[in-house]
Design a binder for this molecule. Structure first.
Ligand code: PMP
Length: 354
């Protein structure tokens, strides 16, 4: 704490991102990145666009939103593009929540939600997941509370059926429901078709996972023109050039390669199911995942210990030292080779413990 800091930072604990080690080569299964490189068309587009870097980017992301329209079949006026989906979430919290519209979200979910809320002093309530780590939709029906739900949820990977999302959205047209679909392309069910019927629904997505662009920072939101208008008010009050030229060019090219990326997602789902089978055979409990990661625990070995022992063997996974989930690790689905190495390392560790 410095003597200079404003009261806004009082008691604020910032988000801790997964490790990005530079000292040693690890098999990185800790931040839900794609194991597949970007398509050639994407790297070529970035190279070509770099010639124009002396010019600011388009503050309306016009071409990018058109490319989004063509892939997602949503009018451009209902789309906002952002610097990662973290940014659209931050804009949405700023635009749609305050003391009178407090936030509600699960107790076990994406760790950024409470951080954003604390930073801009939005009160929030964390609703416990059920014993089996599923979201209890009945607890999100209270009127006047702004809802944010990751679907599939992180770090559990568990998906809430669309009918339940619709129930939550429908309950109170005067409050906004934000559905964070960062992992939807790995087997979830998107709420996107519902935006035509519900003006209070914001669907958030990202190019970070399914489109191999975590390092480019590109996210998006779909919603009614009203919601998108409010989000643009925040955006234009913070950073109108929020999507830079290189990222925008990469995004347009990635959308032209959509089939390729969706095929990659199917491969990741296959590798996920193979990994699940192997870990279950070794006695792990594996939560049912619709995402590009598995959330796993095993009786007899603590979550922290498994994390540490895998790290010693050159494999990074994500451990959260939080109540209820301290026994778990979240394992990103990498390439088949990487997952074979993981399973091999886990076998060695269990063997060493015998
Ligand atoms: N939502 C969830 C549930 C996430 O796990 C992440 C990734 N950490 C994000 C949003 C943000 O992703 P990005 O900013 O890379 O789009």
């Amino acid at each position: 704490m410095s003597v200079y800091q404003s009261s806004r930072l009082d008691g604020l604990t910032p988000y801790t991102p997964g490790e990005q080690p530079r000292d040693r080569r690890f098999i990185k299964l800790n931040t839900n990145e794609s194991p597949f490189p970007p398509a050639k068309r994407v790297t070529e587009a970035v190279k070509a666009e770099s010639e124009a870097l002396m010019l600011y980017s388009d503050p309306d992301s016009t071409d990018l939103r058109r490319a989004m329209r063509d892939v997602f079949h949503v009018p451009e006026e209902r789309i906002i593009m952002t610097n990662g989906s973290d940014e659209v979430l931050y804009f949405a919290f700023s635009a749609f929540a305050d003391e009178k519209r407090p936030l509600i979200f699960p107790d076990i979910t994406y760790g950024f939600y409470p951080v954003f809320a604390d930073l801009i002093h939005i009160p929030y309530e964390e609703i416990p997941l059920r014993e089996d780590f599923t979201v209890d939709p009945d607890r999100y029906l209270e009127k006047g509370k702004t809802v944010v739900i990751a679907n599939p949820n992180a770090p559990t990977g568990i998906s809430l059926p669309l009918a339940q999302i619709e129930r939550i959205v429908k309950t109170d047209p005067d409050r906004v429901v934000i559905v964070d679909e960062a992992y939807v392309d790995f087997g979830g069910e998107s709420a996107l078709p519902l935006i035509e019927r519900y003006e209070n629904l914001l669907v958030v997505g990202t190019f970070s996972k399914s489109r191999s662009m975590a390092g480019a920072r590109l996210g998006f939101g779909f919603g009614s023109e009203k919601l998108i208008g409010d989000l643009n008010t925040v955006r234009n009050s913070v950073n109108p050039y929020n999507v830079n030229r290189l990222t925008s060019a990469a995004g347009i090219a990635a959308l032209a390669e959509n089939d390729h990326y969706m095929a990659n997602c199917r491969k990741i789902m296959e590798i996920r199911e193979w990994t699940r089978g192997e870990l279950e055979t070794l006695g792990f409990e594996v939560l049912p995942s619709c995402a590009n990661f598995l959330f796993v625990r095993k009786r007899g070995i603590g979550g922290e210990e498994l994390y540490r022992r895998l790290r010693e063997k050159g494999i990074l996974v994500r451990h959260f030292g939080k109540p209820r989930i301290a026994d778990f690790n979240r394992i990103t689905i990498g390439s088949m080779d990487q997952m074979e190495s993981l399973v091999c390392a886990v076998k060695e560790i269990l063997e060493e413990n015998r």
